[in-house]
Every structure is written in C-alpha cells, then in structure tokens.
Design a protein around this ligand. Structure first.
Ligand SMILES: Nc1ncnc2c1ncn2[C@@H]1O[C@H](COP(=O)(O)OP(=O)(O)O)[C@@H](O)[C@H]1O
Ligand SMILES: O=C(O)[C@@H](O)C(=O)COP(=O)(O)O
Length: 428
C-alpha cells in the first residue's frame, strides 16, 4: 500500500474531522487509534490518519508519539504528511504545536512548513495572522475559558512564537489573493530568510483551494481540516488519486442510543440544553465523583432505567458545565485531576453501556473521545456520512462483539444546536 496522505492528529475528534474531509474529497481514508502494529492489515487506502492523544500531554511525549506515527506512515510511502491540530489552535506556551511541527520537519529534512488552521465552513478564519471564530477573535470566542488549553491571544504569529525558537512568518491574504504563483514566491523568500513556520491567512474556500495548490508538493503541511477539503483536488490534478466508488458507505447500525459529554464548550452546552428539552439527561458532579464510586454507579442506574424504558430512545450523561462551575471544581481538585476523573468516569460508562446494549454512541469532546475510544479498545474507525461539518458517523468493530458500534466523535465547538438529536435521525 502506498499512501498519498499520512495524517498525524493530536486528538481523536480532530482525526475524525480530518478523515471526514478527505473522504468527502473522494479519498479512501482509514482512521487508526494510536500507531498501528507493523503487522496490522489495513484495507486499501489513499490516506491513513493516526489519531494520537498528544494535544495536552507533556511536550516530550507528544514529540515522541508524533515521530513514531511519522515513521509508520513513511514506511508506507506517504507522499505528504498532514499534522492535524485544532482549528482554534489549542495549545499552551510550551506547545505542543510548535515543538511537534519542528520535530516532524527535522525528521522529514524540510526547512519550512505551513500552518493553516482555518476551517471557514465552521467559522474559523485567519486574517493578518489573527484567528477568528465566527465574528469574534479567538480570545473572545469562549476558547479563552477552555478547561485545558485556554486561548487568550488571537495573534497566531505571536502564539506560535512563544512555542518555538525558530522564526515564524506570515503568508498574508493580500499575497494569497494574487494567486498560487505569488504565494509560492512568498514562501520561497521566507524560506531563504530562514523562516521555518508560516502562518497562512485564509478566509474562505477559495483561499484554501489556492493554498492546497501551493502546498500539495510539500513534505509536511499542518493545520485544521479545512485545508484537507481542498487537497484531494490538488492531488487529483497531479494524477495521484484513482477514481473509485462511495468512500463513505457504512453497514446498518443497531442497538441503543447514548450521548456522553465531557466538552464544556459553548456549543456543546447549547446542544445539551436542546437535547434535554426532548430526552432524559443526567449531569455528573466531579466533586462527588472524587469521593468514591457511588455517584458513578448512580449514573449507570440512570442509564439502565432509560434503556429499560425504551431500548431505542436516546439519553445523555454529561460532566459538561459552564466556566464558573468548571473553575470551582478545578480550584478544589486541580485542573488535571478534575479532567482525568471526568474522562475516566465517562470512559468507564461507555465500556459498561456498550456491554449492556448501546450500539450508537455520540461522544462530545476531544479529550473525552480519546478516553472513551481507548477504553473501548478500538483500533480502527471506518468513516461514514457527515452529520455536520467536521463530524461524521463512524463505525468500529469491537473485540468480542458481533455487530459494529456506530460512533460519532464530536469536537467541542462543532455541530448545530440540534446536533445531538439529529445525529441519531440521520444514522443509516
Ligand atoms: N465539570 C467539569 N469540571 C472540570 N473539568 C471538566 C468538567 N467537565 C469536563 N471537564 C474536562 O474538560 C475537558 C474538556 O476537554 P474536551 O473533552 O477536549 O472537550 P472540547 O472538545 O470541548 O475541548 C476534559 O478533560 C474533561 O474531562
Ligand atoms: O479542528 C478542529 O476544530 C477539530 O477537529 C478539533 O480538533 C477540535 O478539538 P476538540 O474541540 O477538543 O474536540
């Protein structure tokens, strides 16, 4: 198998988002969880996305995991490596975006890479190096209150500058508007001046199409999944992709419907409210979780009652809470312990509920999805039809289970307000 694109994603929802856009562009894409064993057999694919949990891990660990993923993809002949991080550039002054990008550049022996977080269909755009979410600057979008990676500065040249000693430059919109040749010249002159990282403006699909044309031949690109919407066309123009049938077909789904949420984003909170207006939901209290198993067991009882009442009707369990409540919990337990406690509980619930008949599961939150997917021992996800931009249904075979599990991993900020109810309605 010789790959066109090898993806390294810093979280699991991000990996699914990237895979979704490649599939929509007609690329046969497989998502794997962690670096696969050398002898793991993968179906024929144009792209393999390796989902890591490297967004919030210590820098050294993120770098090592990313390099291991790179080595696996290189051994399968990947023409281009795509380092996928969040369209809201989720990171801290220590990293992990800068250090991981640099380690990948060194391993690929390339002096420069591009940074393209924009995802216009979901409202993420970059202008003069500043990241907007809808009509708000990043630091005024709610992301400044993220529980793990609060983003308090929208100037990405400055944000990345704090994560690296190498020079950071800008490919500005005015240059991009001049077309691919002008953008290529700009990248070359920045390269000659020693600029390793280039933040790329992009406000719409047209900008991304130009950027795809400009970057398709680079060994390494980095960013959100917006660029991946445009890359398949650039690959096709180079004769790298053969035509084939529907890249997003899934087997029929079965089993009960559940939602588990650890995301505290504004959008998830609105989705939870809309869901609870129609279906049962239970809020977890992290402080009670910290006192022992009783609260966790209550949540399981709640789920069992819902399943007994109507095995097909969806229900929700969430730790998601507004920023004030999250801060109060973090003050008492510490940020890491609070996050880990919530993730462990939701992962345990996922494993137990799937054993007890849940076959269609939505998980909201990137870190939360990582914990759930790991607890379910999932190694590969097949990407199905898109529910909302950036979020497809996927399917996984689980060890010891005859039917497939349908799984939607929802990034915190993605999806319309009715996402949690509509997702079950559109599932085949
Ligand atoms: N009530 C809460 N108090 C403290 N931390 C929480 C609470 N609810 C969720 N968390 C933690 O917040 C983090 C949310 O991150 P994540 O799952 O990636 O969501 P998102 O996709 O919105 O970023 C997780 O580590 C989760 O465990
Ligand atoms: O690029 C994006 O915005 C998403 O793919 C993503 O990575 C979101 O991360 P979470 O919000 O932590 O799910």
């Amino acid at each position: 198998m010789s790959l066109v694109l090898g993806g390294i994603a810093d979280d699991f929802t991000g990996a699914t988002d990237l895979a979704n856009n490649l599939v929509r562009g007609g690329m046969r894409t497989v998502q794997v969880i962690g670096v696969p064993e050398d002898d793991q057999v993968l179906e024929d694919a144009d792209a393999v996305i390796i989902a890591l949990k490297s967004r919030s891990t210590p820098v050294e660990e993120a770098v090592l995991d990313s390099l291991a993923a790179l080595a696996w993809l290189q051994a399968r002949g990947a023409r281009q490596i795509f380092f996928k991080y969040c369209s809201t550039f989720d990171s801290t002054p220590r990293g992990n975006i800068g250090p991981v990008a640099e380690a990948l550049m060194a391993a690929l022996d390339t002096p420069q890479t591009v940074m393209v977080p924009a995802f216009p269909v979901n409202g993420r755009s970059v202008y003069q190096g500043h990241l907007f979410v809808g009509d708000r600057l990043l630091n005024d979008s709610g992301m400044e209150q993220h529980p793990l990676t609060p983003m308090t500065d929208a100037d990405l040249v400055r944000v990345l500058g704090a994560q690296t000693d190498r020079p950071v430059g800008l490919l500005a919109h005015a240059t991009l508007a001049g077309g691919a040749d002008r953008a290529i010249e700009r990248l070359a002159s920045l390269r000659e001046a020693g600029t390793a990282h280039v933040i790329c403006d992009s406000v719409d699909e047209q900008d991304l199409a130009v950027l795809a044309e400009v970057t398709a031949d680079l060994p390494l690109v980095t960013g959100g999944s917006g660029l991946a919407q445009a890359l398949p066309e650039a690959y096709r123009a180079r004769g790298w992709l053969a035509p084939h049938g529907d890249a997003a077909a899934l087997a029929p789904s079965s089993g009960g419907c559940a939602v588990l949420s650890g995301s505290c984003s504004r959008m998830t909170l609105a989705q939870i409210e809309a869901f609870k207006a129609r279906h049962p939901g239970l809020a977890l209290d992290p402080l009670r979780l910290s006192e022992g198993d009783a609260h966790r067991d209550e949540a399981l009882q709640f789920a069992r009652q819902c399943m007994a009442r109507d095995p097909q009707a969806p229900f929700l369990i969430h730790a998601s809470a507004d920023s004030e409540a999250v801060r109060a919990v973090q003050d008492r337990l510490g940020t890491e312990r609070a996050g880990a406690l919530v993730e462990e509980t939701l992962a345990w619930l996922a494993r137990t509920l799937v054993d007890e008949g849940i076959g269609r599961l939505i998980v909201a939150g990137g870190e939360t999805s990582g914990a759930v997917v790991s607890a379910l021992s999932i190694t590969t996800l097949r990407i199905g039809p898109q529910i909302d931009p950036g979020v497809p249904w996927t399917q996984a075979s689980l060890p010891g289970r005859e039917t497939v599990l349908s799984l939607a991993l929802k990034s915190g900020n993605f999806g319309g307000t009715d996402f949690l109810t509509r997702a079950f309605e559109v599932l085949p």
